[in-house]
Design a protein around this ligand. Structure first.
Ligand SMILES: [Zn+2]
Length: 319
């Protein structure tokens, strides 16, 4: 009888342990579910977030090399069966300076963010910075740059790069802060903000400047907000690499002049924000820069600009 009691007691302890373990597993799953829940406007795919957790350990603003895999194209892989750049993909030139633009190379382990400019969003003061997060619908620029971003996304994805867009459609209402947050939350290696301007003559890449040109303020609050110093330095470096490869490709494909890299120097924006840097840079935790092309040129050379953006991004990977 004693033996039977002992056995029964053991089984009871075992059951309690199993029950405790089940409760613990449930709690862990529930709590992590709470923290992993994504805001409704965020477009970052879940797989990209998981990948970001791994790659973020290797992608930081101190300049350390990230995981960088450059594999030779393999006919059996099927991963890059089509180059995705349409009529322009068969170009004979290699782009010269754009060292990373080997047309047969596949780049994995990277997430980059493309931010097609402009949206119709309401006036909203950000409590964190005092800045107005409002963007505005600027047509035809808004439609042109969205199309270019989609094309660039296709080319980059055909090369193995993961691409997150800040907007899911031309009319998606995404404000200036949300653009930065999307790139941050995805752990993007960099974010390219894509714009056009009727008044600009050649492609220009703008980066946030170092102090004393690293701020933005709002005329109503008077509060100044600053770009993160590490983000500023990385942005400046990568903007140079991006521009060199991007403008080389664009010149090869269209004969356009190469333009240049310029420090951001904005005045008032019309939303009450003023100061040198572009507003979205203030919230950026990842390298950030802005490409401007002449608007009518951009409208008639969408695929070429998309290809140049892809080559520019690839030239930054692993740098
Ligand atoms: Zn614009």
């Amino acid at each position: 009888m004693r033996g039977w009691e002992k056995g029964e007691r053991k089984r009871a302890v075992g059951r309690r342990r199993i029950a405790a373990l089940a409760v613990a597993i449930f709690l862990v799953a529930f709590i992590s579910g709470l923290f992993l829940r994504e805001p409704s406007w965020k477009i970052c795919p879940k797989e990209a977030l998981e990948e970001a957790e791994v790659s973020q350990e290797n992608q930081n603003v101190s300049g350390e090399s990230p995981i960088f895999q450059q594999e030779r194209a393999d006919n059996s892989s099927g991963e890059i069966a089509e180059s995705g750049s349409g009529a322009n993909s068969g170009g004979s030139g290699t782009g010269g300076e754009s060292t990373g633009s080997n047309a047969n190379a596949v780049y994995t382990g990277y997430i980059i963010c493309l931010d097609p400019g402009h949206a119709d969003t309401p006036y909203q003061i950000d409590a964190e910075t005092g800045l107005n997060t409002q963007d505005w619908a600027n047509q035809p620029e808004m439609s042109i740059v969205f199309d270019i971003a989609l094309r660039a996304k296709g080319i980059l994805e055909s090369r193995g790069v993961r691409v997150v867009m800040t907007k899911s459609s031309v009319s998606a209402q995404v404000n200036l802060k949300q653009r930065a947050i999307t790139a941050n939350q995805c752990g993007a290696y960099l974010v390219v903000h894509i714009h056009t301007d009727p008044g600009i003559s050649s492609p220009t890449t703008f980066f946030p400047g170092p102090a004393p040109n690293n701020w933005k303020a709002n005329s109503q609050t008077g509060r100044k907000a600053y770009v993160d110093a590490g983000v500023q330095a990385r942005s400046q470096k990568l903007a140079g690499l991006f521009h060199s490869a991007m403008s080389t490709t664009l010149q090869r494909l269209t004969g356009s002049p190469k333009g240049g890299v310029a420090m951001e120097n904005r005045g008032a924006t019309g939303t009450g924000n003023y100061g040198p840097v572009l507003t979205y840079d203030i919230w950026s935790k990842v390298p950030t820069f802005t490409l401007e092309n002449n608007q009518s040129f951009a409208n008639s050379h969408r695929q070429e600009i998309a290809q140049s953006i892809a080559d520019g991004v690839i030239a930054c990977l692993g740098k």
